[in-house]
Design a protein around this ligand. Structure first.
Ligand code: AMP
Ligand code: MG
Length: 733
């Protein structure tokens, strides 16, 4: 079975931008430009006043001037009354409003607030006390847009502002890509159309046939279906999804679970000019699931290649993608028409194939698979340069159980406001029970969290990657995250601070810098201690509520790990006692260095751990938070930044535990406390480190507990160093 990323790649490799077409610019909103737009004329087209005031000759001010006329926006100053005299001449001014052409001969505008009206000099006199440079308060010709300037680029998507730019420059036509027509049908004998009284599907692009709507609308609450039937949600939802993705749509209605009817409907859509056919239902293994066979051409009218028919994902496993050709209009026509097999094959070769998607019938699966593969295909056809869903990182607001079999796309809302502690990442909240029939789990969903498969769960606070599936920011305002953290280059002091760094960049910096004193073999004998300064703390009472560690026992709290120095020191002491420190014989020497994270949030810790793992075999994360929550999360997140999962070493024992649990699939029955206890026990037993351990870039990464930290450190290091290195390095992966 292929993975979802592979499925997306396959679909995008078959979807190409459609032909170019020209549209009146206002109709091109939502389209992608096929060629650049240049300005046919400058803007402003004349020197324009920026202020309400007086046009003057800059050489005349300061001074008292005589007002000889007025120039207003839309009413430039014409020739003077006798038709001969120009308005210029020493000591003259013209009253002017914002946006009016500055009359020839004048070169500056004095704002009305900066003039006075001297008494006894006549009503047409103004006095200017200050000097104004030439060009003051005047927008010169082309100062906003120059003639010939590139205003919009090929590949730009036309939105309201791009339309505004084109309008301002007087560009009337947009050269864009044609929008694909997406035909949508639902399959299923059980389906009834909830809007049958309002719309009649007629298989034409963008043309639902309205019927007596007023009567229908008023009785909609009383809609009912017969026994064994349900309302068709998918078709209406997917038509709207397709429109939202920028496509034109064709409604093919509900099709019975009958292969001939299905082949007929698909063929009809192709004849009517559909570029994409989206069916839902009928793609799994039941005896009424005929879509795959229909797409393969087993029932005539169509010849097709099915590229995939199952995808390793949850929800949406039966997702099917095919390219299909129309081989004959109908069986009877085919017989009656004078076309032989080779003519039909020729047609097949020359005509561009239609993309056909068979989405699973469960409405959540249909919605998720549309967002992941159909929408990108539509966007590619529209000409989008990068049609994939946007990926960003988010912090989990709660523990989420993993699916043992398949990676899951977990629906979530994103909230930037609520997450004040984690580098401006949004907080991802699950939309609740994720069973694929429960469409209310799509309500308000802004993102699909990419969760790996595996036993156990991903803990609250973990940084996970999320695919954006709709406009975000309905709750928290549109505040885009800074996805890239600031990078601080590693310093050159081997035994001091190594790095506070973005992992990738740190790696590069270490390798690029020829003068760098730190040159390690791939698995150096080095222990990095990740330290971190103050994290804006919760109040002690908040901490107490969240943790059963009494304050008296708390070695380190969220108020920062002031004990970082003590941990470094304890590590050095330990190595000395074990006889493997720098002072001992060089061959066996282990070094200790500090990797300082920018702050103690899980993401920063994970990044620092990543950077440190490039030059150390063991990375210890100094504790943070009540029961070291962020450092735990950092271990989990750090094992694979962007698509986190528990280290396999931690998975195996957990798998056992959850296999025995009958209620494994039911989040609500899962006891958080039990999970946490199990996790801690396993990590403690396996590594000696009290809370959590995993692997990052070949190094063992452990988070230290905030209680009995030094004990855990000694026990953990003893355990690891007593076992030959090859063993524990191998153990973890
Ligand atoms: P299928 O993929 O056809 O086996 O359908 C799987 C489940 O989704 C069944 O429970 C169907 O009743 C349901 N289902 C299929 N199509 C739709 C639809 N258009 N709207 C709502 N539910 C559907
Ligand atoms: Mg069905």
């Amino acid at each position: 079975m292929i993975s979802m990323p592979e499925a997306i790649d396959i679909v995008l490799s078959r979807a190409a931008p459609l032909e170019e077409e020209s549209l009146p610019f206002p109709d091109a909103v939502g389209r992608v430009l096929a060629s650049e737009v240049t300005a046919p004329r400058p803007h402003p087209p004349f020197p324009a006043s920026i202020m309400d005031g007086y046009a003057v000759r800059s050489a005349d001010v300061p001074g008292t001037l005589r007002v000889v006329g007025a120039a207003r926006a839309g009413a430039p100053l014409g020739p003077s009354a006798d038709g001969s005299e120009t308005h210029t001449g020493a000591g003259r001014a013209v009253y002017i409003t914002t946006g009016a052409p500055v009359p020839p001969g004048f070169d500056a505008v004095v704002p009305v607030e900066r003039v006075s009206f001297p008494k006894g000099e006549g009503s047409d006199a103004v006095a200017v006390a200050d000097a104004f440079v030439p060009g003051a308060n005047v927008r010169s010709v082309g100062s906003d847009i120059q003639r010939g300037e590139v205003l919009l680029h090929a590949g730009d998507r036309v939105g309201p502002h791009e339309l505004g730019i084109a309008a301002l420059a007087g560009v009337s036509e947009a050269r864009t890509r044609r929008a694909p027509t997406v035909a949508v049908l639902s399959t299923g004998d059980e389906l009834a159309d909830p809007y049958a009284r309002m719309y009649k599907p007629n298989g034409q692009t963008d043309a639902p046939a309205p019927i007596d709507r007023s009567a229908a609308a008023s009785s909609s609450d009383r809609l009912d279906v017969s026994a064994g039937s349900i309302f068709d949600a998918n078709r209406h939802m997917l038509l709207a999804c397709a429109r939202e993705a920028g496509a034109r749509v064709m409604d093919l209605g509900i099709v019975r679970d009958d292969p001939d009817a299905l082949a007929g409907a698909v063929a009809k859509a192709m004849d009517a000019g559909a570029d994409v056919v989206v069916a839902s239902g009928g793609v799994s293994e039941g005896d009424k699931d005929h879509l795959k066979d229909v797409l393969l051409g087993s029932f005539g009218r169509i010849a097709g290649v099915v590229h995939f028919g199952r995808v390793m994902m949850k929800p949406g496993k039966p997702l099917t993608f095919a390219e299909i050709h129309r081989v004959s209009r109908t069986d009877s026509e085919d017989r009656s028409e004078d076309r032989d097999e080779s003519t039909r094959l020729d047609e097949k070769k020359t005509k561009k194939p239609v993309l056909a998607f068979g989405l699973p019938g469960n409405p959540v699966s249909a919605a998720v698979t549309f967002a992941l593969v159909v929408a990108p295909a539509v966007r590619r056809m529209l000409g989008w340069v990068d049609p994939r869903p946007r990926r960003l990182q988010a912090v989990l607001a709660q523990d989420i159980a993993l699916d043992k079999e398949r990676p899951e796309y977990h629906r979530a809302t994103l909230d930037w406001e609520a997450n004040d502690s984690s580098a401006n990442l949004p907080l991802a909240r699950s939309t609740g029970r994720q069973i694929s029939s429960r469409l209310t789990s799509m309500r308000g969903a802004e993102a699909l969290l990419e969760l790996p498969r595996g036993p156990g769960f991903v803990a609250k606070g973990t940084v996970v990657s999320a695919l954006v599936i709709r406009d975000i920011g309905t709750q928290g305002g549109l505040q885009m995250p800074r996805v890239r953290p600031k990078v601080v280059r590693p310093t050159n002091a081997p035994d001091r601070v190594l790095a506070a760094a973005d992992a990738g960049v740190a790696k590069k910096a270490l390798r690029d810098d020829e003068d760098d004193a730190i040159k390690f073999s791939p698995r150096p004998k080095a222990i990095a201690v990740v330290t971190h300064p103050f994290v804006p703390a919760k109040s002690l009472s908040d901490l107490a509520r969240e943790s059963d560690v009494p304050d008296s026992d708390r070695a380190v709290t969220d108020e920062g790990n002031d004990d970082a120095a003590a941990i470094l020191e304890a590590t050095r002491r330990f190595l000395q006692r074990a006889g493997v420190s720098n002072d001992g014989d060089e061959k066996n020497a282990w070094r200790v260095f500090e990797a300082r994270a920018e702050n103690g949030t899980s993401r920063r810790l994970a990044l620092a751990a990543r950077a440190a793992a490039e030059t150390a075999s063991i990375v210890l994360i100094a504790p943070s938070g009540p029961s070291a929550v962020s450092s735990q999360a950092a271990v989990v997140a750090g094992t694979d930044l962007g698509f986190p999962g528990l280290a396999p070493r931690m998975r195996a024992p957990l798998e056992k535990k959850y296999d025995q649990s009958a209620k494994y699939d039911d989040d609500e029955d899962r006891s958080e406390a039990e999970d946490a206890a199990a996790l801690a026990a396993i990590a403690y037993r396996e590594t000696g480190f009290g809370i959590n351990a995993g692997q990052v870039a070949g190094a063992v990464v452990a988070s230290l507990p905030c209680t009995n930290c030094e004990e855990a450190l000694v026990e953990g290091l003893t355990k690891m160093l007593l076992v030959p290195r090859e063993k524990w390095e191998g153990l973890v992966l």
